[in-house]
Design a binder for this molecule. Structure first.
Ligand SMILES: [Zn+2]
Ligand SMILES: [Zn+2]
Length: 365
């Protein structure tokens, strides 16, 4: 493409492109294996990041298996990225070498539509650019995620990490954290709010910690009693068993907001009656069809069912600052890069408390 003064094609380009290594699935359903690839040459507004930690999100597993039919391969997953800045483009003003930074689920958007102007880049009218399994807006090359040593991201999509937070535990805030923080903020949760959280996995445990941090009264809803102790340890005020009809009746009309983190098809009907008049149930787990739902509790109580996708960049920074002030961090199990396939298996069995985080120093260049 480029012809340098010495006439050697591509020389300049090759020198500036950053060679890196990650773990990728070559095609849908493949195991993740070491993968050598290149990060783009720094544009004037780009930040180059050495990745220190990357969280393992349930959606990484869905994407690798192409469960949603939107996978692009080869795929380096990972959108809960924590690292340090190693280089910046000429026009970068927000970051400098050595800064501790984070990148979440998106790396670009149009920056011009009403949603982008309103700080809701996740709902960009042109579609945001996902951190992996997306196409760069300029070159259309595949975006590749955080299961790798380095990433290059435009500065508007880079976040700053408060100094006091333990870097090894920050990563899950970038997806699980913001996914639950955004609806809590959108529905104005604060002291005295009555919040219920359905499911106590990666998302659910963050919802509990964040709602408690906001001063809400928090109840965890589980199918059995098995997670009661965990829920209370995470700071919940009460635990409700959804199969206990008497307890469910007593709890009727008792919540302002329910965060539903269940990742599979399920019936909303039993939960809707738990909402007070004008209450909302927000779905952040299951993407796809639900079981048939009875509209009666909605109509007879102006109750709402809503969905919510991550959060904007400004709100994600607000979350990180909030967690810094309150010292709120996810519960993490640190793994090595080559343990990722086993971690996927365990995640599928819900055998993780509550989020795997890859220590990227375990990946040798
Ligand atoms: Zn995620
Ligand atoms: Zn936009």
């Amino acid at each position: 493409m480029l012809t340098g003064k010495d006439g050697v094609s591509g020389n300049e380009n090759n020198e500036r492109t950053m060679k890196t290594i990650g773990y990728a699935a070559q095609s849908a359903g493949d195991k993740l294996e070491p993968y050598h690839f290149e990060r783009r040459e720094l544009r004037p507004n780009d930040v180059a990041i050495e990745i220190l930690y990357c969280g393992v999100c349930h959606s990484d597993l869905h994407q690798v298996r192409n469960d949603w039919g939107i996978g692009l391969f080869p795929m380096v997953p990972g959108h809960e990225i924590v690292g340090k800045v190693i280089a910046v483009g000429d026009e970068v003003t927000l970051y400098k070498e050595g800064d501790k930074v984070a990148v979440g689920c998106m790396v670009d958007s149009c920056q011009e539509c009403d949603q982008c102007h309103g700080g809701e880049e996740q709902y960009c009218r042109e579609g945001m650019t996902p951190t992996y399994a997306g196409n760069d807006r300029i070159t259309e090359e595949l975006t590749q995620g955080g299961y790798s040593k380095h990433v290059v991201v435009r500065e508007e999509f880079v976040l700053s990490i408060p100094d006091n937070l333990d870097l090894s535990r920050v990563a899950p805030l970038l997806c699980a954290g913001i996914t639950t923080y955004s609806p809590l903020r959108t529905w104005h949760v604060g002291p005295g709010s009555r919040v219920a959280v359905i499911g106590l996995g990666g998302l659910g445990h963050m919802a509990v910690k964040l709602a408690v941090g906001m001063g809400a009264e928090v109840t965890v809803i589980g199918r059995t009693d098995s997670k009661r102790e965990d829920a209370m340890e995470l700071g919940a005020d009460a635990y409700l068993i959804s199969s206990d009809e008497t307890a469910m009746q007593v709890a009727e009309a008792g919540f302002d907001l329910i965060i539903d983190t269940v990742p599979v098809k399920h019936d909303l009907t039993p939960y809707l009656s738990l909402l007070d008049i004008d209450g909302s149930l927000v779905i952040v787990g299951q993407i796809g069809p639900l079981d048939e739902t009875n509209t009666m509790p909605m109509i007879f109580g102006r109750r709402r069912v809503a969905g919510s996708l991550i959060g904007g960049i400004a709100e994600t920074q607000e979350l990180l600052n909030f967690c810094g002030r309150k010292n709120i961090l996810p519960e993490c199990e640190i793994i090595k890069m080559d343990e990722i396939n086993e971690a996927f298996d365990r995640m599928e069995r819900s055998d993780v408390r509550y989020r795997f985080v890859i220590d990227m120093s375990s990946l040798e260049g």
